[in-house]
Design a protein around this ligand. Sequence first.
Ligand SMILES: Nc1ncnc2c1ncn2[C@@H]1O[C@H](COP(=O)(O)OP(=O)(O)O)[C@@H](O)[C@H]1O
Ligand SMILES: [Mg+2]
Length: 276
Amino acid sequence: MTVALATFAAFPEGSDDVVALRAALAGLGVAAVPAIWDDPDIDWAAFDLVVVRSTWDYTDRRAEFLAWADGVPRLLNDAAVLRWNTDKRYLRDLAGAGVPVVPTLWDPPDPPADWPEYVIKPAVSSGSRDTARWRAGEEDRAREHLRALLSAGRTAMVQPYLSAIDTAGETALLFCDREFSHAARKAPILAAGTGVLDAPNGGQITAASATPEQLAVAHRALEAVSGDLLYARVDLVPDPDGSPVLMELELTEPALFLEHAPGSAARFAEAIAERL
Ligand SMILES: Nc1ncnc2c1ncn2[C@@H]1O[C@H](COP(=O)(O)OP(=O)(O)O)[C@@H](O)[C@H]1O
Ligand SMILES: [Mg+2]
């Protein structure tokens, strides 16, 4: 029995999660190897299961990535989930299903003139790429950002900047087989007023706990998705009223923050072993 943990060329050994997962799987007698998703020499049918993990370069090559997923016989999360989840337009489906999501303008021709602070980002992205935070008075640069996305044929999203993230952070709720596993807090990433990434401390991860209100939103989001979800991450931020709203439902290649939650790697390893 061999499991492949799909990663990308810049991380041939996989992320920290992959290291933790391999160790936990080894404890169950399951061999797991990191494998680069676009390596042409890999026979994916030779694995008993392929688990998508750190395939973080798919955003510029989404069609190629989905074609790869379609061709892997046993893949989790599966290709249909990946197809839906790699484009943040899925947030519209979730909003339609009654999940509170961050209010979003889709492909507006211009930045909002009357919003004090907002975020512009592409619908297909990960790791905050091509994402920036703008303030009233910065319309020229914001418009340039928006036009650059639109003229590249990308779907652009404009959202109010949820400033509670500056104090409360973003809460990530991790689910294994649709069961809550653990939570983590991600520090804010976007620097104020500059429209550029705040590289050094942005996104720093610490252990956290989940409130009943956060868990309720997360469960509602997961209930709106069908299919076999080996892993899921629900990213929530408080809205101006303090209620958790969904920023992202990551079913493709979420960092699981296993090293921040003792016992969590074993949980995911068992869920993988059960499928073999
Ligand atoms: N509306 C928003 N309000 C506050 N921060 C935001 C907002 N949208 C994005 N961000 C920040 O940008 C980061 C990346 O955005 P996100 O939507 O999670 O896309 P991805 O993680 O796929 O790049 C978030 O983790 C958060 O720090
Ligand atoms: Mg995110």
